[in-house]
Design a protein around this ligand. Structure first.
Ligand code: CP
Length: 499
């Protein structure tokens, strides 16, 4: 049972085996139409439907192939390629931009943005379905689907019993992680890889794949991988995501791993690459382009068939979403307060001195109190405050008669001191206390202060995960008891369902 009607496309992990196979079958029909000269035979399928393309970051393939896909199905597209010339330059948020696109009567949106989790947030705000065209270093699900579709087409329309080699940069990009997760749905998958240590397969990915019965083997030499695989998937070192590493360093690291004629000659395999190839690093030598193994330009064209299939499945029905200018109320607040118990009124009372109404920010990172006082502007706003540090317990705290914190203020505190305990004081007593949870991934959308995305979490097999970047979350507050944590986990949604 597969149903893509009005569905948001955020992560490849949201797809089942049957859904992947079903999309491959539809994309294969799109392929057949093209190759038999019937490109426009579905030109009425999405007549009067329109695609909003919102690319905050550069793209050649993803953006243009979505545009081609909607056009060949009879629809239209508009939007932006880069933020220059848009009101994003005037600090407009993602939420407001999405609301504008919706009120411009677009039926579907595709978005690329540098922040992890940004497209999940856009999908939470939007009523129209949204497609992730790449969110930071997180996900690019239609790339994984077109990669899978390429393997499907070049392997006799089957996805079991695949052996694939990975090379280039397995560590900083999103394609290898997503493609290997998609492959893990199928039987008898073997992944072999060869790369420099710094660019190698992350341990967490290797462990995850092994837990899904995927065989993972490392080789020292590219040719040792090539002689044992049907497909070799090369990737570009993602220098833009490596801090403090120069292009020169990368060229050196890639010396033994670039694909040239000496590497591929003599093997019967298909060489894939998500593209673009970096012309300075030249991770694939241009002369290899002329060898029969070269499959990456067909792979790029397959993006059109796959995206046509996806748009067709999502939009070829009579219902369409109408904008009414209102926001989904569920996007106003997150679920980021881990409630703590008040154990002893007497003890709490002694601790708050003479504050009648205000708060104590407790269990702050040692030495962070002064910075937090400044960021909250307590002095400028003429609030009473006492910042203090206790060397013995290596913690800091702030007592203040400021009695309410905005979400932005909570974030500013948690950025400087993860998992602060916030004690709310009224009538001279602690009335409630909670730990404020903010995702610890620096690149998560929830940490972009001006975007005003409330941190939200869900539970996935006992693990707390950020709703947006989906990274696991572990509280570092030493005072949170097992019972408090358990109660919080029980209150969380069990998956990233639509809000
Ligand atoms: N493969 C890919 O996403 O290419 P673009 O960055 O050109 O869209």
């Amino acid at each position: 049972m597969t149903d893509f009607k009005n569905r948001d496309i955020i992560s490849i992990t949201d797809f089942t085996r049957d859904e992947i196979l079903s999309l491959c079958q539809t994309a294969s029909k799109m392929y057949d139409l093209e190759k038999s000269g019937r490109r426009y035979s579905l030109r009425d399928a999405l007549k009067n439907r329109s695609l909003a393309s919102m690319f905050y970051e550069p793209s050649t393939r993803t953006r243009t192939s979505f545009n081609t896909a909607i056009r060949e199905l009879g629809g239209s597209h508009d939007g932006f390629a880069g933020t220059e010339g848009t009101s994003i330059m005037k600090k407009e948020t993602i939420r407001d931009t999405i609301m504008m696109m919706e009120s411009n009567h677009f039926d579907v949106g595709v978005m690329r943005n540098p922040l992890d989790g940004s497209v999940q947030w856009a999908a939470d705000v939007a009523k129209i379905p949204l497609i992730n065209g790449g969110d930071g270093k997180n996900e690019h699900p239609t790339q994984s689907l077109l990669d899978i579709f390429t393997i499907y087409m070049m392997n006799g329309k089957k996805l079991d019993n695949i052996s694939i080699g990975f090379g280039g940069d397995l560590s900083h990009g999103r394609t290898i992680r997503s493609l290997s997760m998609a492959l893990s749905h199928f039987d008898n998958i073997t992944i072999r890889w060869a790369a420099e240590d710094f660019l190698g397969m992350p341990k967490d990915l290797e462990d995850l794949l092994k837990s899904k019965h995927v065989k993972v083997e490392r080789s020292e030499k590219v040719r040792d991988v090539m002689k044992n695989v049907q497909f070799y998937y090369m990737t570009r070192p993602q220098t833009e995501r490596m801090k403090g590493v120069s292009q020169k360093d990368i060229i050196k690291m890639m010396q033994n791993y670039r694909i040239d004629l000496a590497k591929v000659d003599g093997f019967d395999l298909r060489l894939m690459h998500p593209l673009p190839i970096n012309s300075e690093i030249a991770e694939i030598d241009y002369r290899v382009y002329f060898r029969p193994c070269q499959a990456f330009f067909q792979q790029a064209e397959n993006g059109i068939f796959l995206r046509k299939a996806l748009l067709y499945e999502m939009l070829s029905h009579d219902d369409y979403v109408q904008s009414d200018g209102t926001l989904n109320p569920a996007t106003e607040f997150g679920n980021n307060h881990l409630q703590r118990a008040i154990k002893s009124r007497l003890k709490e009372h002694m601790f708050i001195d003479n504050i009648k109404r205000g708060m104590v920010l407790d269990h702050l990172a040692y030495g962070s109190a002064q910075d937090i006082v400044q960021k909250l502007g307590l002095m400028d706003r003429e609030y009473f405050f006492v910042p203090a540090s206790i060397p013995q317990s290596k913690k800091s705290f702030i007592k203040t008669d400021l009695s309410e914190l905005t979400e932005r203020e909570c974030k500013e505190i948690a950025i400087r001191s993860p998992d602060p305990t916030i004690n709310i004081i009224d009538q001279g007593d602690v009335q409630s206390k909670f730990v404020y949870l903010l995702c610890k991934n620096d690149n998560c959308i929830t940490r972009a202060i001006n975007e005003d995305v409330p941190p939200s979490f869900y539970e996935d097999e006992g693990v707390i995960r950020c709703r947006y970047c989906r990274r696991p979350y572990a509280s570092s507050n030493p005072k949170v008891s097992e019972a408090e944590l358990k109660s919080f986990v029980q209150s969380l949604p069990k998956s990233v369902n639509p809000l």
